[in-house]
Write a protein that binds this ligand. Structure first.
Ligand code: IYR
Length: 221
């Protein structure tokens, strides 16, 4: 097939000084983001969520096959079902399935099997990754780099929600297969992450942890 190529539009170059400022400002904005586990039950405009998911859908991805599905949950009965199923898995996780080394790594976060935020927060966004799609005639169509692509889109989504002034929790109850049953998703969709979205509770607390300095995370050559 002949590719259809069109002129690049939308790219903007900034003067060097402005470029530096923008890079610093973006860092300053992103570094304010904290993973939140204490959510308010205040409602959030669905339109904000839709716009943020549109931003996520612009992510670069394998062969532009866009191997993702975002399921937006606000129905309180479904949230309760998700909480119950997640807590069941988490109880097993914390009571024995997780190796001690993993529990030790989680200790600074103060997490446990109780997940009230799955009912309190106004929105849960279940993000699914599709290793393949199913065409209208039932044939399997393979996707490429599905996990990487969905990871990038999820990063865009978290940044978009933060930019809009919402708090998120990147939640990965393990295993997450119950999300297919509860949300009625087909077999080609694998749960990637359950994003909890809303306003932080007024008394929200977060762990006292820090990010590695640049010198530790970059190598130049
Ligand atoms: N899924 C569990 C455990 C957990 C695992 C990781 I890796 C975290 O960064 C945080 C928690 C839970 O949600 O409690």
């Amino acid at each position: 097939m002949e590719p259809k190529l069109i002129p690049l539009s939308g790219y903007v170059e900034f003067p060097a000084k402005q470029m530096l400022e923008r890079a610093g400002d973006f860092y300053d904005d992103l570094r304010r983001r904290r993973t939140v586990r204490d959510f308010s039950d205040r409602s959030v405009d669905l339109e904000v969520i839709k716009r943020c998911i549109k931003a996520a859908g612009t992510a670069p991805n394998g062969a532009n096959l866009q191997p993702w599905q975002f399921v937006v949950v606000s129905d309180s009965r479904i949230k309760t079902e998700i909480r119950n199923a997640a807590e069941e898995e988490e109880r097993e996780f914390y009571a024995g399935r997780a190796p001690q080394e993993w529990l030790d790594a989680l200790a600074p976060l103060g997490t446990d099997s109780s997940k009230p935020f799955l009912e309190t927060a106004p929105f849960l966004i279940a993000i699914f990754s599709k290793a393949y799609d199913v065409s209208a005639d039932g044939a399997k169509v393979k996707n490429y780099y599905a996990t990487e692509s969905v990871g990038i889109a999820t990063g865009f989504l978290i940044a978009a929600l933060h930019h809009a002034g919402l708090a998120t929790l990147t939640h990965t109850p393990s295993p997450m297969k119950f999300l297919n049953r509860v949300l009625g998703r087909p077999d080609n969709e694998r749960p990637f992450v359950l994003l909890v979205v809303g306003f932080p509770a007024e008394e929200a607390k977060v762990p006292s942890i820090s990010k590695k300095p640049l010198s530790e995370i970059v190598t130049y050559c």
